[in-house]
Ligand binder design. Sequence first.
Ligand code: NAG
Ligand code: NAG
Length: 390
Amino acid sequence: MAKSSSLLITFTASTIIVLSMLISSTRARASAGICYNSIISFGDSLADTGNLIRLTSSNSPPDHFFLPPYGESFFQHPTGRCSDGRLIIDFIAENLGLHLIQPYLAGKDFGEGVNFAVAGATAIDDSFFRERGIHNPFTNVSLGTQLGWFKDMLDSFCSKPSDRKKFLQSSLVLMGEIGGNDYNHALLQGRKLEEVKSFVPAVVRTISSAIKELIESGAVTLIVPGNLPIGCSAAYLTYFQSSDKDDYDMATGCIKWLNKFSKYHNKILKTEINRIRELHPHATINYADYYNAAMRLYRSPNKYGFKEGALTACCGAGGPYNYNASVPCGYPPSTSCDNPSLYVSWDGLHLTEAAYRWIARGLLQGPYSTPPINRICIPAPTSAGLVLQY
Ligand SMILES: *[C@@H]1O[C@H](CO)[C@@H](O)[C@H](O)[C@H]1NC(C)=O
Ligand SMILES: *[C@@H]1O[C@H](CO)[C@@H](O)[C@H](O)[C@H]1NC(C)=O
């Protein structure tokens, strides 16, 4: 970033807003057909780049995600990302010519975006699950909590309405994936499918009202991912292991009824997105098809550089899918495979950097985002980028 031409305006002793005339970098991005100045992200472990790790108090035992070998393939140390390396959001940021997006709780330099995603977060408020006796083992953060942080951030760093508008208009908003944990915790704690299915309308309503709130604040370009095929996850395959061959998809080995449930959520979400599009025709709201972007890797692992047996986790403590809920990746005696880039599944619930790279590519270049993210260009309101920092 061209910091030399920055104009510094001090609002308070602790808050500095830097308006940078990012002429060189904006030109470079414009020539590549990309016009975003920043990414604003909400979500769960598929997008958390370091919030949960900062929420966890130092005297409690660390979640397994915060131990080696997490991060080994790219960062060489755990960063709070639930993978061996970069996530979809990291690949999108790189492709748009941005630095990796800062987690909100790291609290510095949000000029190229801010990430509110928290591993384990649900869309619906935590109290909904507590009332039903469903336990969230990781966090009580919900999408509502993340929206609260978003408003705090705008109030602190972007108090002038015109700055706020510029910042939001030139940002790509990633709304999710969120909602997966609203089902994961319940299903993996033995709740019946019918009960969990009854949560879907409330989950989608929560995501929908967050989208509307963002648009009303000034966002004009949003990407809304659907759920991954949970029936292909080693955690689900282990928990719902069945002797009935009809439960399994012959071609992939995934559990059909679980994938059908992911598709059900995605269908309701897509219908809702269509409704919001009609209400807000000036906004671009893209559905990101994580389901099919991942399914192609399970269907043809070799074609994408993965080994056969794409359902087995790289890091785990044995069992038919190398997943054992009582010994998750990171805790002894779990072990990690030699080459994570040959695996789709990292730890049984999350995917490897190699798989996330393919999913990101499918969104950036198509066909799993229509139009492809690379080709949505926000009419830049100004060539001035906004750098916000403490
Ligand atoms: C979440 O947990 C934290 C720490 O225990 C607590 O301070 C906070 O009030 C809780 N938030 C909600 C929404 O329950
Ligand atoms: C999971 O790990 C625990 C602890 O090592 C072990 O007792 C148990 O048998 C394992 N379960 C499976 C299914 O391998």
